[in-house]
Design a protein around this ligand. Structure first.
Ligand SMILES: Cc1cc2nc3c(=O)[nH]c(=O)nc-3n(C[C@H](O)[C@H](O)[C@H](O)COP(=O)(O)OP(=O)(O)OC[C@H]3O[C@@H](n4cnc5c(N)ncnc54)[C@H](O)[C@@H]3O)c2cc1C
Length: 427
């Protein structure tokens, strides 16, 4: 089988050196076999190793090959669904647990970066930017809601204040989260993989799991080997395919696209984003951007449902960038790439257990950098017998996409069209 390499992104071009990680050959035994070396798999592996479990991670391609090595790099707290929606759909105690955890993922990332000396250009501060007065009102209510759960670090910004942090005249205000921020996402994944190995964990690349033999001690099969484990964690997210049919039924892979400009130079970069915060707007189909360490603008947006690759990513994303920053009209685009995230109907993540010993977490519907790190911790707690926080996620209601994945793509596309109309008309 031919080996699967990183797509040609800015991140692959600026990745820190990593050792070769040979494919699995033969049979091994371990406490936990993890399928997928994105943030979910790597964070789970780290927390489990720190608790004394032995761990083997199987990765179909390379560490961070999926969304974790391609994303916008924005450390965005909370979930892809507002806490008041969660409060209305679950009981008070479950909502309290989920609300308390809403900002924990960013703390975990910072703790990992410090403890394991990960070089991933970590920067502090993220902005939610409102394009309409209605969006600003919504941010105000979000701030009050988050404050009820003790997250008091957020600053509401009016039009004059937001112009001090981003040189874009589209915004009427915003919310600054100093506990948010940004990272080089692939280098974070590579650093976490090195940390896993430093604690004795094994990672096999080019080793897709092709079958899970379920039972009291499950066996995960690859083309040339197998792993017998006490527990399995399925962390393949949008790249999992049909390996676990129960998981495929309730989720939809979606493609989203990112571009990176040529380096802008210190002066222009400082004019655009003086404090080097990352920004996402409040549209349903949102645009998001930030600077890299070498002062490029990374700009993402747009969703192609059903995970197709668009013929020309630059043609889709560059006009969005120029709408926000017309001053970049002469700037060249050096890289353009696409990646898949996993959408759920409720836009809330799916965490749970199949039988006694197969755990999973997936589907954070766009905002996954922080949630996946939290998920690793919560899964490790559950495997250690402390399931209170795991249950808070596992008890969230989830529904299949009408018609399954084949029909679901056109339906969600229709949904996307509706929401983009809402964004444009401001209702
Ligand atoms: C372009 C893009 C931009 C984004 N921007 C942001 C952002 O700025 N901020 C934010 O919070 N979120 C963002 N997201 C979402 C975020 O990146 C994801 O939610 C998160 O990285 C998911 O991590 P994961 O580990 O669950 O999945 P992934 O990172 O996709 O990892 C899954 C891994 O499993 C492997 N795998 C799959 N099947 C198998 C198998 N059978 N055997 C072995 N291995 C397997 C895959 O190869 C892959 O490496 C973005 C996503 C994309 C695609």
């Amino acid at each position: 089988m031919s080996s699967m390499q990183y797509p040609p992104s800015f991140y692959a071009a600026s990745a820190n050196a990593a050792p070769p990680r040979p494919a699995l050959q033969g049979e091994i035994e371990t406490d936990v076999c993890i399928i997928g070396a994105g943030y979910t798999g790597l964070s789970s592996a780290l927390f489990l190793l720190e608790r004394g479990f032995s761990v083997c991670v199987l990765e179909a391609a390379k560490v961070g090959f999926g969304a974790s090595g391609r994303n916008g790099g924005q450390i965005v707290n909370s979930y892809s669904r507002d806490l008041d929606v969660i409060e209305r759909s679950v009981g008070a105690e479950q909502a309290r647990l989920l609300g308390d955890m809403a900002f924990e993922g960013a703390r975990i990332i910072r703790e990992r970066v410090t403890r394991y000396g990960i070089n991933c250009d970590l920067k502090n501060g993220g902005v939610f930017a409102a394009i309409t007065a209605k969006q600003l009102k919504h941010l105000e209510s979000q701030q009050r809601l988050w404050e009820r759960y003790g997250h008091t670090q957020l600053e509401l910004m009016d039009q004059a204040r937001i112009r001090q942090v981003v040189d874009c005249d589209q915004y009427v205000g915003g919310l600054l989260d100093v506990s948010g921020g940004h990272i080089h996402p692939l280098n974070l994944a590579l650093g976490e993989a090195a940390a896993v190995e430093s604690l004795g964990g094994r990672i096999h690349e080019q080793s897709p799991a092709i079958r899970i033999e379920r039972g009291p001690s499950p066996v995960v099969h690859t083309a040339h080997g197998k792993v017998r484990a006490k527990f399995v964690i399925v962390a393949g997210n949008a790249y999992l395919g049909e390996l676990v049919p129960e998981l495929a039924a309730k989720s939809m892979p979606c493609g989203t696209q990112v571009i990176a400009t040529e380096p802008l130079g210190e002066e222009l970069a400082r004019r655009l984003l003086p404090q080097d915060y990352c920004v996402e707007d409040c549209n349903y189909l949102l645009d998001y951007y930030r600077l890299t360490a070498d002062k490029r603008l990374i700009f993402g947006g747009g969703v192609v449902y059903g995970a197709r690759d668009p013929a020309n990513i630059e043609a889709i994303i560059r006009p969005k960038m120029l709408k926000a920053f017309p001053q970049l009209a002469q700037v060249k685009i050096d890289y353009a790439w696409t990646g898949n995230f996993l959408l759920t109907l409720s836009r809330l993540p799916q965490m749970g257990r199949l039988g006694d010993n197969i755990y999973y977490s997936q589907g954070c519907s766009g905002h996954g950098v922080t949630y996946t790190h939290l998920a690793g911790k919560v899964l490790a707690e559950a495997l250690s017998g402390q399931a209170e926080r795991f249950d808070a996620f596992a008890d969230l209601p989830h529904y299949p996409f009408p018609g399954g994945r084949a029909l679901g793509a056109p339906l969600t596309q229709l949904g996307a069209w509706y929401y983009s109309l809402r964004d444009r008309l401001g209702f």
